[in-house]
Ligand binder design. Structure first.
Ligand SMILES: NC(=O)c1ccc[n+]([C@@H]2O[C@H](COP(=O)([O-])OP(=O)(O)OC[C@H]3O[C@@H](n4cnc5c(N)ncnc54)[C@H](OP(=O)(O)O)[C@@H]3O)[C@@H](O)[C@H]2O)c1
Length: 385
C-alpha cells in the first residue's frame, strides 16, 4: 500500500491521477489532496477518496471549503503554507506535484527535502529552480519520476541501459493546433482557437504553451535538468500523431523510443507504480490501422518561443525563471483577450532582454525575480514595439 498526496488534484493531471488511484484502492491510499480555488470539486474528491487532509491554496476559500465538507472527517487547511505542509508530510510515499506554474517550485523543493518520491508533472519548477531541485534530490536521496509524457518516455527508455553512452535526446512535439501556419496566419488567432489541442486534453495554460511551442521549450529545460545532457544534445522534432512520446540515441547509433496512445494516465500511473507496471486505463494503439508516422522540423520563425527557451536555458542562472514568469503573464493576458497570440513571444523576449542575470539564485531570490519579471511583463504588454 502506497500513501499518495496529490497537489493540484482538481486539475487535468490531478483528476487523471485520482482515476488511476481509484483503479487500485488496495495499492494506493490517497492521503492528502489540494486545489487552488475549486472547492466544489475538491470537496467532491474528498467525499470520494476520504483523504486525511485537504488544502485550498486561496485562504479566502477556507470557510467555503469547510461548509462543503461539513460532516466529513478530514483536516481542512488553507493558504500556500498548507500546500507546502502537504508536500512534506512524514507518511507520504509519493507526492504528485500537478500544480501549474511557478507556484509548484516551493512544493517541489519541499518534497525533495523530505527525501520522498516526487512524481513531477509541474515542469515549471525545474525550469525556474532546477539548480536548486537537482542537488537537493541527490543530497536527500529523493526520487524524481517525471510525469510529462516526453520525460517519462525518456526515463522508461533509460531503464537498464549504459547511460554513460547516451548521445542525444529527441523530444517529440505535436506541433499544436497551428502547425503549418506562418506568423502572418497567427496574428489574429483567438484563445478559443488556441485552446483546441489536436491530441491532448489539458489545462488551459499548458494548452496555450503547446500552441506557442513554449511547452516544448519548457520541456527542453526540464530534460536538461533531469537527464544531464547539454542543450546541443537535446533536440526537438514535430511528430503530429503523438504516438512516439520521445526518443533517445546512444553513441553506437541505437535509438530507443517509447510509444503508445496519447493518454496521460500511462505516465501518471508509471510514476506511482515504478518500477512495477500494472494494467492501465489507456486505449491501445491499433498498429494494423496506423498507416504512417510523420516527422517535421519545428518552425522557429512562426513559433519563436522554442528558441527563446533554448536561449534562456543556455544563459542559465535566473534567466529560465524570468522567461517562465514572462510566459505565465503573457499566456494569462492572451487568455483574457488583452494581448494577441504573437505578443506572447514578444513580451517574453522583451522581459528577458531587460533582465540582468543572477548566477545561482536561492529560493527567496527566485521568488523576488519571478515577481519583478511578472511586473515587467505586464508593462511590456502595454508598450508595444
Ligand atoms: N494536462 C496535461 O496533460 C499535462 C501533461 C504534461 C505536463 N503537464 C504539466 O502538469 C502541470 C499541471 O497541468 P494541468 O494541465 O493539470 O493544469 P490544470 O488543469 O490547470 O490544474 C492545475 C492544478 O493546480 C491548482 N493550482 C493552480 N494554481 C495554484 C496555486 N497558485 N496554488 C495551488 N494550487 C494551484 C489548480 O487548482 P484549481 O482547479 O482550484 O484551479 C489545479 O488543481 C503543469 O505544469 C503542466 O505543464 C500537464
Amino acid at each position: 500500500m502506497k500513501t499518495i498526496t496529490i497537489l493540484g488534484s482538481t486539475g487535468s493531471i490531478g483528476t487523471q491521477a485520482l482515476d488511476v488511484a481509484a483503479l487500485y484502492p488496495q495499492r494506493f491510499r490517497v492521503h492528502a489532496i489540494s486545489a487552488g480555488r475549486n472547492i466544489k470539486l475538491l470537496a467532491e474528491q474528498a467525499r470520494r477518496f476520504k483523504p486525511k487532509k485537504v488544502a485550498i491554496a486561496n485562504p479566502d476559500l477556507y470557510n467555503g471549503l469547510k461548509t462543503e465538507l461539513a460532516g466529513i472527517n478530514t483536516e481542512i487547511m488553507a493558504g500556500d503554507e498548507s500546500i507546502l505542509e502537504l508536500a512534506s508530510l512524514d507518511n507520504n510515499d509519493v507526492v504528485l506535484n500537478s500544480l501549474v506554474g511557478f507556484a509548484g517550485l516551493g512544493p517541489t523543493l519541499a518534497v525533495l527535502r523530505s527525501g520522498k518520491r516526487l512524481a513531477l508533472a509541474n515542469k515549471e519548477s525545474l525550469v525556474a529552480g532546477g539548480h536548486l531541485a537537482m542537488p537537493l534530490a541527490t543530497d536527500s536521496n529523493a526520487e524524481i519520476i517525471p510525469v510529462d509524457s516526453e520525460h517519462s518516455a525518456i526515463f522508461q527508455c533509460l531503464q537498464g541501459q549504459d547511460n554513460s553512452a547516451l548521445d542525444q535526446i529527441i523530444l517529440t512535439a505535436s506541433g499544436g493546433p497551428f502547425f503549418g501556419r506562418s506568423s502572418d496566419q497567427l496574428v489574429a488567432v483567438r484563445p478559443e482557437d488556441a485552446l483546441k489541442h489536436p491530441n491532448w486534453q489539458m489545462g488551459a495554460k499548458i494548452t496555450i504553451d503547446s500552441a506557442t511551442m513554449m511547452n516544448k521549450g519548457l520541456e527542453v529545460i526540464e530534460a536538461y535538468w533531469l537527464f544531464g545532457l547539454s542543450y546541443d544534445k537535446i533536440k526537438v522534432v514535430v511528430h503530429r500523431e503523438s504516438i512516439i512520446h520521445s526518443l533517445i540515441e546512444y553513441k553506437d547509433g541505437a535509438v530507443l523510443a517509447q510509444l503508445g496512445a496519447p493518454d496521460m494516465r500511462v505516465p501518471i500511473q508509471y510514476s506511482l507504480t515504478y518500477p512495477e507496471r500494472l494494467q492501465g486505463l489507456a486505449p491501445r494503439v491499433n498498429w494494423e490501422q496506423l498507416a504512417e508516422l510523420h516527422f517535421n522540423r519545428p518552425d522557429v520563425d512562426a513559433f519563436p518561443c522554442l528558441q527563446l527557451a533554448y536561449q534562456a536555458g543556455r544563459v542559465g542562472g535566473s534567466m529560465p525563471a524570468v522567461m517562465n514568469a514572462a510566459n505565465e503573464v503573457a499566456v494569462e493576458l492572451f487568455l483574457a483577450g488583452v494581448v494577441g497570440f504573437l505578443d506572447i513571444p514578444r513580451i517574453i523576449d522583451a522581459v528577458m532582454n531587460k533582465h540582468k542575470v543572477v548566477k545561482s539564485p536561492g529560493l527567496e531570490e527566485l521568488v523576488a525575480i519571478d515577481a519583478t519579471s511578472r511586473e515587467m511583463a505586464r508593462k511590456c504588454a502595454v508598450t508595444k514595439g
